[in-house]
Write a protein that binds this ligand. Structure first.
Ligand code: BES
Ligand code: MN
Ligand code: ZN
Length: 496
């Protein structure tokens, strides 16, 4: 797919295409005097009728699709409502464009003409268009012998012509890099546990490191043992496939800062011996979201080249019940020397992250950000469209919330301290227990993790349970894994 500028209809790369979708995003105020460019004069009457008959009012989320029969090039017109002008922003436009590009494909258009005059005040059109195009083109269909879109819609768009703003290749490229890193993460998350396990995660990371010039070190069972990574080893014990810790590094010359991302990489979470009931086990292939997101972030960073040293630590294991599995009552020792009494093997994410976070602390970075599909409690508290943010530093909190505003991924700041919940971390026989009371489960998990972060490091924990997977497509999201968190972290890094 190529994104091009368009000055007029006769432009050689536009006329003669007979499968063009014309897309206009219109806010409520602009409906009455919406004007098409001169070269589409013959279509203006369709727009006028739509507005005067109130078929289209510009309300947020409203969509009008008009088939066009009497124009040689244009096959469809689409109008998308942006709602009130003063509430419009780049996130709404990104979503609207994703809907629009998908609609264009469904209607067999291979080319799109985007009328960008009205939206250029709300966003960087080049960047947002490229990102929306890349994200909306993604479908997880590699396991279907007959693709949904076979013979019915084009697999992808050929060209997007933008009218009304100047084309800027750097901005387009930034949007493409953002999109392709999210698509990379989504695609890996979507692959089920039969085809991705910790060893395969390591192979994928190795391939990425090779392609993108990243440093990589993989901890196998022997190395995990010699580094005293008792959390990852315990969680991985029940599986037929051994656990892995993967350490990636992007190292520019003279970096201004050092940041470590840590991801929970449970390639399948059955719960272990504290096995999950069936309807809670479904979709637990997505329990590797944190680790896959970190891979996506490293991939983008290698392209975007900030002057910041960035590490990615992926703590990977498969949580399975078996004769070898770790048990309730077991006491294990984490990389930083602290002992943990297991009272629930389904609270496994915090155990692999504990090793990951203490290794991250050894690197003495300025900032650690971990991400994980950690607690059902967080999903219960915040729903499917807001992730939990636990952070011990005001500056880092502000920076992440600012990035989140730009990314459109919503985060809600949660308490990272609570003396009563902290009380329930105590174990009679070890330094800590891994599971507390039902109430405040997400906060318990965050406080548990804080025990493995060195005291002087600014640290944020992103709980992605609930936002990691969508059953239906919505805006930029396709069915399945969302890679929620990648965009915010990239914005955060690029704003530093
Ligand atoms: N992977 C789950 C959390 C989860 C739940 C992610 C729903 C996405 C959607 C995690 O390992 C888990 O099982 N957490 C338990 C913790 C409990 C045993 C303290 C939970 O939330 O029930
Ligand atoms: Mn679990
Ligand atoms: Zn889990």
């Amino acid at each position: 797919m190529e994104i091009k500028g368009l000055v007029n209809f006769e432009s050689e790369n536009f006329s003669g295409l007979n499968d063009v979708a014309v897309i206009a995003l219109v806010d409520q105020d602009s409906c009455e005097n919406f004007k098409l460019p001169d070269f589409l004069n013959d279509l203006q009457k369709i727009f006028n009728a739509a507005f005067t008959r109130k078929d289209f009012t510009g309300k947020k989320g409203k969509f009008l699709r008009v088939p066009v029969f009497d124009n040689a090039n244009v096959r469809n017109l689409y109008l998308f409502g942006l709602g009130e002008k003063d509430k419009c922003n780049s996130n709404l436009i990104r979503d609207s464009l994703a809907w629009a590009f998908r609609a264009a494909r469904n209607d067999k258009n291979k080319n799109v003409l985007l009328l960008a005059d009205g939206i250029k005040y709300f966003c960087n059109v080049n960047e947002i268009t490229a990102e929306a195009a890349g994200l909306s083109a993604y479908d997880f269909d590699k396991y279907k012998s007959k693709k949904d879109d076979e013979n019915s819609k084009p697999a992808k768009l050929d060209n997007i012509f933008i009218h009304g703003v100047e084309i800027n290749q750097n901005e387009i490229q930034r949007g493409e890099i953002f999109a392709s890193s999210q698509v990379y993460s989504r695609d890996l998350i979507n692959i089920p546990g039969c085809d991705v396990n910790p060893v395969i995660m390591a192979e994928k990371a190795q391939a990425l490191a090779k392609d993108y010039g990243l440093e990589i070190e993989i901890y196998d069972e022997k190395k995990l043992l010699s580094e005293n990574m008792g959390g990852i080893l315990a969680v991985g014990k029940g599986s037929a496939v051994p656990p892995r810790l993967i350490h990636l590094k992007y190292a520019p010359k003279n970096p201004r800062k050092k940041i470590v991302f840590v991801g929970k990489g449970i390639t399948f979470d059955s719960g272990g011996l504290d096995i999950k009931p069936e309807n809670f086990m479904l979709q637990m292939k997505c329990d590797k979201t944190g680790a896959c997101n970190v891979l996506g972030i490293l991939k983008a960073v290698a392209d975007l080249k900030p002057d910041i040293e960035i590490h990615g630590i992926l703590a990977c294991a498969e949580n399975m019940p078996s004769g070898n599995a770790f048990r309730p009552d077991d006491i294990i020792k984490i990389h930083n020397g602290k002992t943990v009494e297991i009272n629930n093997t389904d609270a496994e994410g915090r155990l692999v992250l504990a090793d990951g976070l203490s290794l991250a602390s050894d690197l003495k970075p300025d900032v650690i950000i971990d991400m994980a599909t950690l607690t059902g409690a967080c999903a219960v508290a915040l729903g499917n469209w807001r992730a939990g943010l636990f952070v011990n530093d005001e500056e880092l909190s502000n920076a992440i919330l600012t990035a989140s505003k730009k990314s459109g991924e919503a985060f809600w700041r949660m308490p990272h301290e609570d003396e009563h919940i902290e009380e329930t971390l105590k174990s009679p026989f070890a330094d800590l227990t891994n599971c507390g009371k039902r109430y405040g489960g997400a906060i318990f998990a965050a406080i548990f993790l804080s025990n493995f972060v060195a005291k002087d490091i600014a640290w944020a924990h992103l709980d992605l349970a609930g936002v990691d997977y969508y059953e239906k497509e919505y805006g930029i999201y396709s069915k399945g894994a969302s890679a929620f968190g990648v965009r915010t972290c990239l914005e955060y890094v690029m704003n530093l």
